[in-house]
Design a protein. Structure first.
Lengths: 134, 365
């Protein structure tokens, strides 16, 4: 059995990652999934969260917001709507987005879309956490 | 006969103009190349998304077994009373007939739907200016949830009631300066906005009108129907206009002289891989129900369609500008040639006249 699998992360604008990974942690919609080579075929939607994978000894981290994943024994393909490496994250923007979302959650305006604000908050926090990994 | 000095001055000015058009052509060619690469890089994602959706159609109970009608609101067709038209033009001019052609087609499209109310969303400054001269703005909606992010369409909450219309055709939104760097987030937010309005029943059909760009030669203007979705993976073209033979010839000439490839890049390997995505004949574990996956992915599909339209339109705009500037450069060269001829003739005439004067002066003595 091979001890790596092919990991591909595809975003709308490009192929972000193409690497032979030894293991990966992926934020599935119903919880984090740990994936090792030889995993059973699986299909899932992704939530907002952090993807970590190990490739040739080094650990890589990415932030991801919504995606779709196909797992095969020797290959994992992730379609991610947004996926960013730590160095690509605009910390300032994420910080602002976080503050904005927090403010909206606090407001008592009945027009506020809470689900959207919560989503935004989560995305911003994930980005900030990943950015620290730099 | 014109003064030699005046003609020389004119030639110099035309030479300067030619230099500018030449530079603009080179810049457009470079931008076109980048736009083409961008479109190519965006291909795997959209292809894979389409493949997954197609396969989910067969797995999930998308269609009602009794009536055979689709269950999902984005697939169901209903009588068109209010439609939304997204018009994609350029922000800048000097691109030949690029913007004019699109706007001509917009007028044609609006005429072809005389009984429907039409909301127009303009992407690009040129289209906005044109529409504003003809149609009123839609009445403002109160307090849209402003996200504060530049260039992002506001998403309205579900509880609002739409104010009365300003006219049969009205401008619902305008986005300027988003074409410089086409961002998927923008396309996605716009699609969320559109889907929201569609599911709330404010609109019954969504069309996008843009300049399709497969390669420098294969281009046409299309009005594509985005919603309702007739069949996944199939573009639902409502109206199309091919370029004239002459236009195509000009484009080929321009592309050749600028060193831009005429054919679309070979994507067969990528397409092959994408065609198998999540559809291998193995027993997948579904973490979510196929229906749920389908519902999660379908809105993204619309976002991708819009994203693609934007990418193609940008590439087409650069190609159009390149062609226009190539033609301008050629015209300037022709003008310089004919002006040089006139100048030489004038100079020679002057010399001849002087000689005659000297000779006749000598003869008179």
């Amino acid at each position: 059995m091979a001890n790596t699998f092919q990991l591909e992360i595809v975003t709308p604008s490009r192929l972000l990652v193409k690497d032979a990974a030894e293991e990966a942690q992926i934020p599935g919609l119903s919880g984090y999934l740990g994936i090792l080579p030889g995993h059973a075929p699986l299909i899932t939607e992704l939530a907002v969260g952090v993807i970590t994978y190990k490739a040739s000894g080094a650990t890589h981290t990415l932030s991801v917001a919504w995606g779709f994943m196909e797992v095969l024994p020797d290959k994992v393909t992730i379609l991610a709507e947004t996926a960013e490496r730590p160095q690509e994250i605009d910390v300032e923007r994420a910080q602002k987005a976080k503050e904005r979302a927090e403010q909206r959650l606090k407001s008592s305006d009945p027009q506020t879309d809470y689900t959207r604000a919560e989503d935004a908050l989560q995305r911003a926090e994930t980005r900030l956490n990943v950015a620290k990994e730099k | 006969m014109a003064n030699v000095l005046d003609i020389r001055r004119r030639i110099r000015s035309v030479v300067n103009t030619r230099q500018i058009t030449k530079a603009m052509k080179t810049v457009s060619a470079a931008k076109l190349r980048r736009a083409q690469e961008g479109a190519l890089a965006a291909r795997p994602y959209s292809q894979m998304l389409t493949t997954v959706l197609k396969s989910l159609v067969s797995r999930a109970d998308i269609y009602d077994p009794v009536t055979g009608l689709p269950r999902h609101p984005l697939l169901a067709e209903r009588p068109e009373k209010n439609i939304l038209l997204i018009v994609v033009t350029g922000d800048k001019g000097l691109a030949g007939a690029f913007n004019t052609n699109i706007l001509k087609m917009v007028s044609k499209f609006i005429e072809s739907k005389p009984d429907q109310n039409i909301d127009v969303e303009c992407i690009g400054r040129k289209g906005r200016d044109f529409m504003r001269r003809r149609y009123p703005l839609a009445p403002e909606r109160p307090a849209a949830a402003a996200d504060g992010e530049a260039g992002v369409a506001p998403v309205h909450s579900d509880t609002e009631v739409a104010p009365p219309r300003a006219g049969r055709v009205q401008i619902a939104g305008e986005y300027i300066g988003v074409l410089g760097k086409v961002d998927h987030n923008f396309a996605n937010t716009l699609s969320q906005n559109v889907i929201g309005r569609y599911t709330r029943g404010e609109i019954d059909g969504v069309y996008i009108l843009f300049n399709e760009f497969k390669s420098v030669i294969a281009q046409r203007l299309v009005a594509e129907r985005l919603l309702p979705i007739k069949e996944i993976g199939e573009v639902d073209i409502q109206m199309a206009e091919e370029a004239s033979l002459e236009e195509r010839k000009q484009r080929i000439e321009a592309a050749k002289s600028a060193g831009v490839g005429l054919r679309p890049a070979d994507t067969s390997v990528l397409d092959e891989a994408a065609a198998h995505f999540a559809t291998l004949p193995v027993d997948y574990i579904y973490e979510q129900k196929p229906e749920q996956l389908f519902e999660g992915i379908l809105p993204k599909y619309i976002g991708i369609e819009i994203f693609h339209a934007l990418l193609e339109s940008v590439a087409a705009e650069h190609a159009a500008r390149m062609t226009a500037m190539d033609a301008a450069t050629i015209n300037a060269s022709d003008m310089i040639d004919s002006l040089t001829l006139i100048m030489n003739r004038a100079r020679q005439a002057k010399i001849t006249k002087e000689i005659i004067e000297i000779v006749s002066g000598a003869a008179a003595q």
